[in-house]
Every structure is written in structure tokens, then in C-alpha cells.
Design a protein around this ligand. Structure first.
Ligand code: NCD
Length: 307
């Protein structure tokens, strides 16, 4: 599965792919947490090209590759590349592809850019986020985190909250969850930030139960998972941002009012929508979630490299 493949969309994932990656990530996690190492990617090179800012995704891919014994080359910031002279990202990728890396990880603000990169490059391309469109590897670490906590994905009641329109993690996570049985998705957002039509259409086709809410308190006690996202400021007008800023927020005092608190996930970075005082709750799993990204990406890299 996935040997030499491009990973562009979470629509590619089947239930058995996801389960195999989770099991593989668990195996790798156990090896590393016992203090042992794998050296399976020796001599292999990953190229990371982030044309949009990133902390966790870029660094966890790089850590994952190095920990597997491989090497990484990073494009670096725009100002040190020929993009500063006006070169297109397409030409940059075409050139690097000719140097024959073993994997290319790419992030760009344009929806559909990763698919375009995969057309240009012979090397397998992983989509690390293409505008508002998708972020398939984030969805893998999200479901891996749920699986580690609950021991299963089937039957989970998941609240997706925040900027559901422009957050690429929402589309990819919805597609990924739709492979499982008896999933309920509760979309919690201001009316203007409901998920995009194409996401809802896919859920309809896959017969997934979903509902819309504007206030988390109307549904919170029924949730197993509350997945919070930030307002995607860079994908909307300043006027829209100012209007919607602060329109939803999860705090410690807010959560404490409920008899049952679901586990709280967030792809990070958080801004004002999830306050740091929540961190002390045992349900706050977002930093563990970020750490799980390392293992699931190691599993994915091994699978693509076939090592
Ligand atoms: C997310 C992204 O880039 O889409 N971050 C991440 O990869 N962990 C979420 C976000 O930026 O809001």
C-alpha cells in the first residue's frame, strides 16, 4: 500500500489503509519509546518545500525522516531562494525533482497545488496543506490520537468546531472519519463558517450522520471529541476576520460547567479560541496529538519508501 505513491487527499484513504498505518505507527512508537532506533531510511532524502508558514507539520516530517536514519533538505524561506527573483514554485519543484529526492513534502496556499506538484514531479509528493483544501496527514494523526484514547474509531461522536469553511484540517478529517462505522459529526460554527459544499456532499454520499450547531453548549455533553480550529485569518478578508474574531472560544471556566467533558483536540497553532488554562484538564490532548504526528508520519514515510 502507498509504496511510491503520492498522498494528496484524504479521499484516498480506505479504512484498512488507516488501520494499517495506525498499527504501524504504534509499533514504531513502542520501539522509540523503549529507547531503540530504526535506521531503515539510510541513504534516502526527503525534500520539504513549505511555501506557507508551518511549525509542527514541517518539523515533524523532518524529525520523522531523520529519526528513521534518512536525510532532509529544506527549501528554506522564500527570500533565500530564486523565488525572490520571481521564479515560480512549479519551476523550483521541477528542478529539485531532477535531483532525485525520495519524497517531496509540499505546502502551498493554492488549493490544488499538491496535485499539481505531483503531476510535475516523478518523486512521490505528500500534501502538507494546499490552501483551504486539504491536509491529509493531519487527519491521520487526528484519528490516530482518537484511536489511542478510545481504542477504536467506530461509533465516535465528534464535534468539529471553529472555522469549518477555510480549515483544511476539517475537510481531511471529515473524509477520514467517513471510513468508519456509526460516526456522528457535529459541526459547530458561526453560520458563515459552515463546511464547504464539497465536504458535505462527500459525507452525504458516504451516508455519514452530521448536524449543525452554532453553540457548543447545545451538544457538548454528547461528544466524545471536541476538535477546535482557529479562524483562518490568512484566507479571509480583514473585515471578515474582525467580524468573526472571538465569536467562539473554549476556556477552562466554560468547560467546567459541564458534567461530561469530551477530549479536546486542536491541530494547533491556537490563538484565542482555546485558552491555555484548558491545558491542565486531563481531556486536553492537543500536545499529545502533535506528538502522535511524529509516529504516524514515520509510518507513512516507511510505507511510501517501502523500507
Ligand atoms: C493546521 C494547518 O496548517 O492547516 N496546522 C497544522 O498543520 N497543524 C491548522 C491551522 O493552521 O490552523
Amino acid at each position: 500500500m502507498y509504496k511510491g505513491a503520492d498522498i494528496i487527499s484524504a479521499l484516498q484513504f480506505t479504512r484498512s489503509d488507516i488501520e494499517r498505518l495506525i498499527n504501524y505507527a504504534e509499533e514504531i512508537r513502542c520501539i522509540y519509546e523503549r529507547g531503540n532506533r530504526l535506521n531503515v531510511a539510510k541513504g534516502k532524502v526527503m525534500f520539504t518545500a513549505f511555501f506557507e508558514p508551518s511549525t509542527r507539520t514541517r518539523l515533524s516530517f523532518q524529525f520523522a525522516m531523520i529519526k528513521l536514519g534518512g536525510a532532509i533538505i529544506d527549501l528554506g524561506p522564500e527570500e533565500v531562494t530564486s523565488m525572490a527573483k520571481g521564479e515560480s514554485p512549479e519551476d523550483t519543484l521541477r528542478t529539485v525533482d531532477s535531483y532525485e529526492p525520495d519524497i517531496i513534502v509540499v505546502r502551498h496556499k493554492e488549493p490544488g497545488f499538491a496535485a499539481k506538484a505531483a503531476q510535475i514531479c516523478k518523486t512521490p509528493v505528500i500534501n502538507a496543506g494546499d490552501g483551504y483544501n486539504e491536509h491529509p496527514t493531519q487527519a491521520l494523526l487526528d484519528v490516530y490520537t482518537m484511536w489511542r484514547f478510545f481504542g477504536h474509531i467506530d461509533g465516535l461522536v465528534v464535534g468539529l468546531m471553529g472555522d469549518l469553511k477555510y480549515s483544511r484540517t476539517i475537510s481531511s478529517l471529515s473524509y477520514t472519519l467517513s471510513n468508519f462505522r456509526d460516526i456522528s459529526i457535529y459541526f459547530i460554527s458561526p453560520r458563515e463558517l459552515k463546511p464547504r459544499e464539497e465536504v458535505l456532499k462527500t459525507l452525504d454520499q458516504r451516508r455519514i450522520h452530521y448536524e449543525f450547531y452554532e453553540k457548543p453548549e447545545d451538544i457538548l455533553e454528547r461528544l466524545d471529541v471536541l476538535y477546535v480550529t482557529r479562524l483562518q485569518k490568512e484566507r479571509m478578508s480583514l473585515e471578515e476576520y474582525e467580524r468573526l474574531k472571538g465569536s467562539y472560544m473554549i476556556t477552562y471556566d466554560y468547560l467546567k460547567k459541564f458534567k461530561k467533558i469530551p477530549i479536546i483536540l486542536h491541530p494547533l497553532p491556537r490563538v484565542w479560541e482555546l485558552t491555555p488554562d484548558v491545558d491542565i484538564l486531563p481531556q486536553a490532548l492537543y500536545f499529545e496529538q502533535a506528538k502522535n504526528g511524529l509516529y504516524i508520519r514515520m509510518a507513512l514515510i516507511r510505507t511510501i519508501l517501502g523500507v
